[in-house]
Design a protein around this ligand. Structure first.
Ligand SMILES: Cc1cc2nc3c(=O)[nH]c(=O)nc-3n(C[C@H](O)[C@H](O)[C@H](O)COP(=O)(O)O)c2cc1C
Ligand code: SF4
Length: 431
């Protein structure tokens, strides 16, 4: 995270609609906030009943921050009402190369995430919780291990038993059925659902899988209430959210913004454009491209992006500067996603690889397939996998063909586009 948030004075009451929320107390050197400072800053968690917690989350309107935006209260309710001994899994795997927000939270404010884990366990009646972090995220694992030791030494009231699980450094390992499969001793590969994890998950028990940012919001909602949470955002998409900005901005990094913030202001908050931009990749690698002139007028809300066929996903935003080529970048991400297929569903394995190869050939000025053919393949892989991986990849490719139609045309005829040969989008997670 390149842009540290302001350090609030301990015991300062949060001002109405003020930011940062999650990133309050982040230290300039990025070191984890120790337990004593965390408690001085946020106060101890009040004790609350199971039903009271779920009602509070329902009133807050909190939606998951891991990509799908599912209402959290509904998931809590389903797991709490399931048969068996519920388990909570905090998803901190973050295998998306354009996103760094979950790692930032785990690294800088691990106790806020662990408070959320503890509250979620209380809400569903779980005595066991697992925080899943990728093998390559060493600093994040060290921060959480240390934070768990601090909490054990204090024997915090009513805390569930929280352990740490290490996951492979793969994009697909963060998909919830893959994660549950791994925790059950299998490979980190998605399985066909139902049963979904909330019905039968870890050890066959009802399992709540929740993104670590979602859980950190829960920790603040429990302290400040649903109304406070709703001071930012819209009725349907309330609260703040973390965004990761990369590409052509002056200060790339993780920022906290109110949902509904204008893209223009988000980019200005990251120091502004480093040079004129042609398009933004919005919602990460399962999101899509939008022309810069259109997107800068939009707000960070799924409702505003839906007409463009795009969701905010985990809110990674990459800016494509004028000198980089949208055809090349679309081909690079398509190849990355094809290589990250779990390799078990035919349309995903063969379809994504064929799409990536065709795009690479066009990018290199040696096309052997038309844009129309690629669009037909993309339509054919949608909904054809055990998980949503092919759907996300198809969405990205379709948006690239739409937004960079002119550049595709130039490449298809072996002519030069405005690209100067540089590449911008990361295809490896920075750990
Ligand atoms: C291919 C794929 C990769 C995913 N990777 C992640 C991930 O890295 N982190 C995450 O929290 N959710 C990821 N998800 C979403 C999870 O399946 C799940 O919806 C999420 O962890 C639930 O948490 P939330 O409701 O708090 O967002 C991924 C989904 C797919 C289809
Ligand atoms: S759709 Fe693709 S990524 Fe998902 S399970 Fe099947 S092969 Fe794996």
């Amino acid at each position: 995270m390149s842009e540290p948030a302001t350090v609030l004075e301990p015991d300062a009451a949060p001002a109405r609609g003020a930011l940062p929320r999650l990133l309050t107390g982040v230290r300039a050197n990025g070191a984890p906030l120790p337990l004593d400072l965390h408690l001085r800053l946020h106060g101890a968690l009040a004790s609350s009943s199971r039903a009271g917690l779920i009602e509070l989350v329902a009133a807050s309107g909190l939606r998951g921050r891991g990509g799908a935006g599912f209402p959290v209260a509904q998931k809590l309710e389903a797991v709490a009402n399931g048969r068996g001994r519920p388990v909570v899994v905090a998803n901190g795997t973050e295998g998306e190369p354009a996103s760094d927000k979950d790692k930032a939270l785990l690294r800088c404010v691990p106790h806020l995430v662990l408070d959320g884990v503890s509250l979620a366990a209380r809400a569903v009646g779980a005595t066991e919780a697992i925080v899943a972090i990728a093998a390559g995220s060493r600093n994040e694992r060290t921060a959480v291990e240390h934070a768990l030791a601090e909490r054990n030494a204090r024997a915090l009231d009513g805390e569930a038993r929280i352990s740490l699980a290490v996951t492979p450094d793969r994009f697909i390992a963060g998909e919830e059925s893959a994660l549950v499969n791994l925790l059950n001793g299998g490979p980190a590969k998605p399985v066909f659902v139902p049963p979904r994890p909330f019905e039968r998950g870890v050890g066959g028990e009802p399992t709540l899988v929740q993104n670590v940012e979602t859980l950190a919001h829960l920790a603040l909602i429990a302290r400040h209430g649903a109304e406070w949470f709703r001071e930012l955002g819209s009725d349907d998409e309330p609260g703040s959210a973390l965004v990761t900005l990369s590409g052509g901005v002056r200060r790339p990094g993780v920022y906290e913004v109110g949902l509904g913030a204008a893209f223009r202001d988000i980019v200005i908050g990251a120091g502004g454009l480093s040079e004129p931009a042609t398009a933004l990749l919005v919602g990460g690698y399962f999101g899509g491209w939008i022309e810069a002139r259109s997107v800068l007028e939009l707000s960070l809300l799924d409702a505003e992006l839906a007409p463009h066929g795009i969701g905010m996903g985990a809110r990674a935003i990459a800016v494509l500067p004028q000198g980089a080529c949208g055809v090349v970048e679309t081909a690079r991400v398509a190849r990355y996603l094809a290589d990250e297929s779990a390799g078990q569903c035919g349309p995903c394995v063969n379809g994504l690889a064929a799409i990536a190869t065709a795009l690479e050939r066009i990018a290199a000025g040696r096309p052997d397939r038309s844009a129309g053919q690629i669009l037909r393949w993309a339509a054919q892989v949608r909904g054809r996998g055990a998980c949503k991986h092919p759907d996300g990849a198809a969405r990205l490719v379709e948006s690239g063909l739409r937004v960079f139609a002119r550049e595709f045309e130039l490449h298809a005829h072996g002519r030069r586009c405005s690209g100067d040969g540089r590449t911008v989008l990361p295809t490896e997670v920075s750990r």
